[in-house]
Ligand binder design. Sequence first.
Ligand code: C2E
Ligand code: CA
Ligand code: CA
Ligand code: CA
Length: 279
Amino acid sequence: AKDAGKGCYAFYSPALAHRADHLMKWEQQLRVALAEGQLFLAYQPKIDLNQRCITGFEALVRWDHPQRGLIGAADFIPVAESTGLIVPIGDFVLESACRQLSLWQRQGHGSLTLAINISSVQFWRGDILDTVGRCLRDFSIPPFRLELEITETAMMEYPDLVSEKIFALKRLGVRIALDDFGTGYSSLSYLNRFAVDTLKVDKSFIQAIPHDRSVCVMVSAIIGLARSLGLTVVVEGTETEEQIAWLASVGRVEAQGYLFSRPVPASEIAGLIERFGVC
Ligand code: C2E
Ligand code: CA
Ligand code: CA
Ligand code: CA
């Protein structure tokens, strides 16, 4: 239907019927994927640019589809969110992350942190405090090794409730990262108010460095302010030596991006640790 917009006609739109159908098909397959262990985590290292060692990893979910092969998060997280399947998927991610953290502890890499992405659907559920708390206890994880990444857009929905929820999570001892910073409408003053530990500067900014002058000015101001507030700064999507050189000259940041490594399966973590070392 042409330009159904937000109108009621959308009910009769064949396009929408098709979409609903499509959604149901994917929902069913995603349910099977979860039940049959087709989902797994890929790990991307964060590198301290001064010392060139690994501070920790971000876990990113992947789907090893029996017919279609590897499917990236961007292609099924939206389906998971609109069907509610993000909740059991989020539980799976959390538990896998805690298991990995406890493995690192036993391997003598107890200083590594692991960040996981929390969808806003999951964030607003009443039981997130319980599930996170239980996971930390069950696997005997020092809470500050686990970082929860929440997107800037999700945080802007209900600023007052958000800060309450974040403080409750912080009382568990976990770290909070503000993800995709710069893509939403938050002002820098929110950084203080939400008491986040880490700021992740969105890759759309990093990719304009060092050629776009105004982006450079903005990014260096963001890094300066965040650092003076005592936050850890992670720059996402670093792909070139040029970007790294410029960022390292601006301030103390951690970099995550294809230049150092793509997200890798758990089996390749040891190789990365050998190559870069743990900070
Ligand atoms: P995000 O949290 O912003 O994750 C970073 C994305 O950038 C990842 O895509 C990562 O593979 C990609 N990336 C890393 N380095 C580079 C680089 O140098 N260049 C470019 N162009 N991209 C880079 P991915 O894994 O496809 O994830 C997409 C989004 O899906 C994530 O964005 C996150 O919002 C969501 N997501 C991923 N895993 C999970 C999860 O376990 N739970 C939830 N709720 N969301 C997840
Ligand atoms: Ca993230
Ligand atoms: Ca991000
Ligand atoms: Ca994102």
